[in-house]
Design a protein around this ligand. Structure first.
Ligand code: BG6
Length: 311
């Protein structure tokens, strides 16, 4: 790590550090002591800690070569989700070096309450323009709320190009005690596409989701907040979404995890990917148009069920 340059004022704390390859990372700290770390590599949130220092995001212990390095955090999947298209798996945004957005177009006042935040920007390189021609700008604001909540706001612009379509997903690796102890509420009765059955469409039956095998689904058009309840750790993550109609849920389970070069032994047990997405109905932007989405994750200290949530 390089010597951090600390930029702060009375309300905001932002610290710049470098990873082992010299890539910039920014650490956001709120006055309570919660923190979030964001890398310019992939625009990826790589850590989110409570004021007590509990890490909410899973990161694998196995390091592989760049650009992805460790599996985990919150990866931005754009302009493609998974293998649903001709581009590289999950799109190229997570493999690119983003830049700091010095002068982003303003966002509504919600994120101007003194909470620390960082604005990042991804624009097409010459290479991108050859393989995926639209002229786009993808902006990401990562904000650590005064209450410790993590909010990611993404905006995509079509800047003077032809119309283009894209999918989008936040691949959020939530840290859990043991996947077998986890249940997800808020997706009951929703339709989903099951990637383990050729993306066939099914309807979730009445119960909360639990895990006992590989799981790879996109829940469609869910209007609800989603709660990821970890009984053993007595923690509940509540995920709220705007502009993200779908919810991706993934755990590779043992066999697939063993085949992944960037997943340590049994580490699949300590993670579940749950994130807002737009997959079933990709977004189309005409020249000059903009799309915006927002994902907010709250980590509550005790386990509770859907009666405690305003669904
Ligand atoms: O290994 P990756 O590219 O990060 O993707 C992991 C998984 O992510 C899930 O969201 C996809 O539905 C899976 O198909 C994919 O295997």
């Amino acid at each position: 790590m390089g010597n951090p340059v600390v930029v702060s004022d009375s309300k905001m704390a932002i610290e710049w550090v470098k990873d082992s390859k010299g890539i910039d990372q920014v650490v956001l700290r709120n006055p309570e002591g919660a923190s979030a770390k964001v890398s310019l590599q992939g625009g990826q949130v790589i850590s989110w800690r409570s004021a007590r220092g509990d890490e909410h995001l899973f990161t694998s212990s196995k390091v592989v070569k760049a650009p992805k390095e460790n599996r985990g955090g919150i990866a931005i999947c754009f302009p493609q989700f998974s293998n649903c298209g001709s581009l590289e798996q999950q799109g190229f945004a997570r493999n690119k070096l983003w830049i700091v957005d010095e002068a982003p177009p303003p966002l509504p006042a919600k994120s101007s309450d003194g909470s620390p935040f960082i604005d990042l920007l991804l624009k097409p390189s010459e290479e991108d323009l050859k393989s995926w021609h639209p002229s786009y700008e993808l902006r990401l604001r990562v904000c650590l709320g005064l209450n410790g909540n993590l909010t990611l706001t993404s905006r995509v612009w079509n800047i003077n190009g032809k119309p283009f379509s894209f999918s989008f997903a936040y691949h959020s690796y939530l840290a859990v005690s043991d996947i077998s102890e986890v249940r997800i509420e808020g997706l009951e009765t929703m339709d989903y596409l099951d990637s383990l059955c050729n993306k066939e469409r099914f309807t979730e039956q009445g119960n909360a989701i639990t895990f006992e095998a590989e799981f790879d689904r996109v829940y469609l058009g869910s209007p609800n907040p989603v709660a990821v309840i970890d009984h053993e750790r007595r923690r509940t993550y509540v995920i709220r979404r705007e502009g993200l109609s779908d919810v991706v849920v993934w755990n590779p389970w043992d066999k697939k995890a063993k085949a992944m070069p960037d997943m340590g032994y049994d580490e699949y047990r300590r993670m579940v990917c749950v994130g807002g997405a737009v997959v079933a109905n990709p977004i189309t932007l005409k020249p000059g148009q903009q799309w915006k989405s927002c994902l907010e994750i709250t980590a509550a200290a005790s386990s509770f069920c859907s009666e405690g949530l305003s669904f």
